[in-house]
Design a binder for this molecule. Structure first.
Ligand code: SF4
Length: 223
């Protein structure tokens, strides 16, 4: 592909977003959290290296026993481990859930902060989780959560180059071409798109809704 100017890339990115919006709407979060920012933080922490469906199986029991951060802050780690043991890294996640609940109680008056930097002070919460919470709980996007789907799609669409070899660098590349208003939707839309079309293995390029906008597709399925 010949070198693409930033303006051309931004114009292509806009067309991609228009198609995503037409196909997926704003995109829905696939984690169940009952519109409660605290439950959302916990669910996103639990979703590391796990499917959202697996998280949704354990969170009803978790929040039945510990409905608020004050209650989870006082939980015994072995009790939380028992509830979430089907998830990968359940011991570390149980410890983080209790510690983050304790910090919410001690430092934030029991409220999840609407601030991307403060969110990242919570144990187990990195930039990706903080971005999801800012968008989903507060509709106040401060970035784009780059998970495995977003990372793969950004590179296949060549919105991020080979040197953007980490989620943080890929996020910077995306923020450079998408306006802030779009940051709200991209993670959810691209997760759905990554499951439906741009799968890691055998992507459905021939049927893809943005095949004509994708430099990786020239009639052959990309590697
Ligand atoms: S054409 Fe293929 S590689 Fe490109 S975005 Fe669509 S599914 Fe992904």
């Amino acid at each position: 592909m010949p070198r693409e100017s930033k303006a051309a890339k931004q114009a292509r990115a806009q067309k991609v977003e228009e198609r995503m919006l037409a196909h997926y709407g704003e995109g829905e979060c696939s984690l169940d959290y009952e519109s409660d920012p605290f439950r959302l933080v916990c669910a996103v922490v639990l979703s590391a290296q796990c499917t959202d469906a697996a998280v949704n199986k354990v969170t009803p029991s978790l929040f039945k026993k510990y409905p608020t951060c004050s209650q989870l802050a006082q939980a015994k780690v072995t009790d939380v481990e028992k509830i979430i043991h089907s998830l990968g890294f359940f011991r570390a996640k149980a410890a983080n859930l209790i510690k983050l609940s304790q910090m919410l109680v001690s430092d934030f008056a029991g409220e999840v902060p609407n601030d991307i930097n403060l969110l990242q002070k919570l144990p187990g919460v990195g930039r990706k989780t903080a971005n999801v919470v800012m968008c989903e709980a507060f509709r106040n996007p401060q970035g784009i959560a780059v998970d495995t789907h977003v990372f793969r799609i950004a590179h296949r669409l060549k919105f991020a180059g080979p040197s953007a070899d980490t989620p943080d660098k890929t996020e910077k590349a995306l923020l450079n071409i998408y306006p802030q208003k779009d940051w709200l939707f991209i993670n959810h839309q691209w997760v759905h798109f990554g499951r439906e079309f741009c799968r890691a293995q055998r992507p459905r390029c021939a049927d893809c809704i943005i095949g004509d906008l994708c430099p990786s597709f020239d009639g052959e399925t990309p590697a």
